[in-house]
Design a protein around this ligand. Structure first.
Ligand code: NAD
Length: 250
């Protein structure tokens, strides 16, 4: 069974993906390419097929924008996917940790929007990759605060760019199997599973169909939206433990 309902939905669209070297970014590059997009995969890490771009660097973004202007004249989509975590807690996180994580997770997407905006025409679409951390009190405070900030950036950008016909939306992944979660403690996985109504972790293939959809013209009236892809993790506000404790049918 194929999950591609309309193959070629992104035919001819030029799309930039940040953090495209591995994990969700690499899967997005693959899925968008399959849908016909001309994908410019970027990452601070070196990887085959990936152009080097540090999302925190204004000069990297300026160079990329100039290259795209020269080669394609415009850009139809941007996926602000690059992100870093830092698992210090509120009592020991340092200001420099807060600043470093914010730079990648918030300033990076802002710079991407600012530099590629002049190349965007009505119909262009920006997808920011948030996190279930952006909807909860997830303990790694630098990461959580940065993803909440990204929500604010996305909402404001959606409002500010609407009159230009440019859409900006957020996808909030839950626990997705990538290098980022592979480095987490085993208890993190166990509790996530327990608190996830669908009872499993997510894969990169759970995220990509939504990213494809939001970049496509099928989503042409959707902007400022925030869509969790988390198996229900953020849907129950802590009530799952009560439901599980009182269940008599399992
Ligand atoms: P990952 O660590 O596998 O991949 C992140 C990629 O971002 C890497 O290739 C890395 O080199 C790149 N990157 C880091 N700093 C960069 C910079 N300054 N400039 C350019 N690229 C940079 O993680 P992932 O799980 O694929 O994460 C993708 C996105 O999804 C991130 O924004 C992350 O916060 C978010 N997210 C992940 C999960 C999860 O469970 N894996 C959950 C919620 C949200």
């Amino acid at each position: 069974m194929t999950r591609d309902i309309h193959p070629g939905r992104l035919l001819g669209k030029v799309v930039v993906v940040t953090g495209g070297a591995r994990g969700q970014g690499a899967a997005e590059v693959e899925a968008l390419t399959r849908e016909g997009a001309r994908v410019i995969a970027t990452d601070v890490a070196r990887a085959p097929g990936c152009r080097r771009l540090d999302v925190t660097s204004e000069s990297d973004w300026a160079e990329l924008a100039a290259e795209i202007r020269e080669a394609h004249g415009q850009v139809h989509g941007l996926v602000n996917n690059a992100g870093v975590t830092w698992r210090a807690r509120v009592d020991d996180v340092r200001p420099e940790d807060m600043a470093r994580v914010h730079a990648v997770n918030v300033t990076g997407p802002l710079l991407g929007i600012q530099h590629l905006l002049p190349l965007m025409r009505p119909g262009a679409s920006i997808v920011n990759i948030g996190s279930s951390a952006a909807l909860t009190a997830h303990y790694p405070v630098a990461y959580t605060a940065s993803k909440w900030a990204l929500r604010g950036l996305t909402k404001t950008a959606a409002m500010e760019l609407g009159h230009r016909g440019i859409r900006v939306n957020t996808v909030h992944p839950g626990f997705i199997e990538t290098d980022m979660t592979a480095s987490a403690a085993p208890a993190f996985r166990e509790v996530n599973l327990r608190e996830t109504p669908l009872g499993r972790t997510g894969t990169v293939d759970d995220i990509t169909p939504l990213v494809v959809f939001l970049l496509s013209d099928d989503a042409s009236f959707i902007t400022g939206a925030e869509i969790p892809v988390d198996g229900g993790f953020t849907a129950h506000g802590g009530a799952k433990a009560i439901s599980d404790a009182l269940r008599t049918d399992a």
